[in-house]
Ligand binder design. Structure first.
Ligand SMILES: Cc1cc2nc3c(=O)[nH]c(=O)nc-3n(C[C@H](O)[C@H](O)[C@H](O)COP(=O)(O)OP(=O)(O)OC[C@H]3O[C@@H](n4cnc5c(N)ncnc54)[C@H](O)[C@@H]3O)c2cc1C
Length: 384
């Protein structure tokens, strides 16, 4: 993909930022299982200075106004490193753009300036892939809504100021039977009945927190609905599609980092009197990695072009997510194999990149769910 002059500069700036401001802290954060506040703040400040903070949002709302190609470049570079760290250079959820002017004042603009942080709360303990089985619900009480239920695995770098929470607000009769109406609510941390705590620790991206959210008779005004009542999933869907492309880009970045480490090791580590790269079982691994990485890059670039032309489908996004995340896991496994025992030693970054890679096949919809989306797009038009 030919880069514009602006995107070429953006790429160089982001590379430098990752190398100088993020990578040096990776090992410490992995060991501590958290990002020391001063390091997080430093990343936040620096990313604001160089225009990477909220770069995904349009200039009209104070964001960086990056086009899709620009966003792809930063996600690819950030993918090389720890999510716990680069998340401090926030990319606030685009669905906040769907808010009213008053909601933008209260939630969106403070996220763009870094005064507030949000969480995106869809997943529940009993409703992961099967999101329509969600139990969180809100019932009307006069003009207000009363929210009950819980969420888990809702992730972010720091304790947030508010959460975008998806809850059932009724049932629609459709041709295919009853279907839950799902609505997105903006819920401030500190609201009576809303409890939030750091949840289980994840071995991927240590230091990137998952939160547990509990709602017990939380009273919400009508002005706390984001978008339209009953249209929450459509709203979430608009954001999830591009999110899957950004995961694809990030997988390409991480794969490149591991490939570079593997090639270097294969060219220098000697056994039986020669470099291990001279053994075909090693060199062919590198060749396979290179082929798959090229294919993944092209898929991401193709999806970005489709998105630019407003032609990207859910199936396109699912293909990128499943292929790039699985490519990354094959690259990660081959990298550990090429490094042998050293690949599993804590003093090397390989084991951490391998652990981090594993999550990519799970969050934002598992590989199985992506295949479900793709296969439905193939078979539904044929009546199957
Ligand atoms: C670190 C982390 C951060 C996260 N951040 C967020 C966040 O910020 N916000 C948010 O809302 N969620 C978040 N999630 C949740 C994430 O999106 C879910 O974990 C994911 O969608 C899978 O749900 P589950 O874990 O409940 O697995 P399950 O749905 O229980 O799936 C278990 C297994 O069954 C398979 N399976 C399920 N249904 C089918 C089917 N129909 N066909 C074939 N196989 C199937 C799955 O593919 C998987 O292999 C996060 C998760 C993690 C681990």
């Amino acid at each position: 993909m030919e880069l514009s002059h602006e995107n070429q500069l953006l790429l160089e700036t982001t590379k430098r930022f990752v190398e100088e401001e993020i990578i040096p802290h990776e090992e410490l954060v992995d060991q501590l299982g958290e990002v020391p506040e001063e390091i997080g703040r430093q990343i936040e400040t620096k990313s604001k200075e160089i225009g990477l903070f909220a770069a995904n949002l349009p200039e009209e709302v104070g964001g960086g106004g990056l086009d899709y190609a620009g966003q792809m470049l930063i996600e690819r570079e950030f993918g090389k490193t720890s999510h716990a760290l680069h998340a401090w250079a926030a990319r606030p959820t685009e669905i906040l753009l769907a808010g009213t002017e008053a909601q933008k004042e209260k939630y969106l603009y403070p996220c763009v300036s870094g005064e507030k942080r949000e969480l995106f709360g869809l997943t529940e303990p009993e409703a992961g892939s099967d999101i329509m089985s969600m139990k969180s619900n809100a019932r009307r009480d006069g003009d207000d809504w009363i929210l009950n239920g819980s969420k888990h695995f809702i992730s972010g770098p720091v304790m947030p100021d508010f959460a975008i929470v998806f809850a059932q607000t009724g049932v629609d009769e459709t041709k295919r039977g009853p279907r839950k109406r799902v609505t997105a609510f903006l819920v401030d941390v500190g609201t009576k009945g809303f409890d939030i705590a750091i949840g289980a620790k994840c071995v991927s991206y240590r230091g990137y927190h998952t939160f547990r959210l509990n709602f017990s008779d939380v009273r919400l005004g009508p002005d706390q609905i984001l978008g339209e009542e009953g249209k929450g999933l459509e709203l979430a869907g608009q954001w999830l599609g591009m999110g899957r492309i950004w995961i694809g880009a990030s997988c390409c970045g991480k794969a490149e980092r591991m490939f570079d480490l593997s090639s270097d090791w294969a060219a220098n580590r000697k056994q039986f009197g020669q470099q291990i790269g001279k053994f075909q079982s090693t060199s062919f691994k590198l060749a396979d990695m290179a082929i798959e990485m090229r294919a993944a890059e092209l898929m991401v670039q193709d999806a970005v072009m489709r998105a630019d032309n407003e032609q990207m489908t859910d199936s396109d996004a699912a293909m990128v997510k499943v292929y790039c995340s699985e490519m990354l896991n094959r690259v990660a496994d081959n990298t550990v194999q090429i490094f042998g025992g050293m690949g599993l030693m804590e003093e090397m970054p390989i084991q951490r990149l391998w652990r981090d890679s594993r999550l990519e096949r799970i969050w934002d919809g598992t590989s199985e769910i992506q295949r479900h989306i793709i296969s439905r797009a193939i078979l539904r038009p044929l009546g199957a």
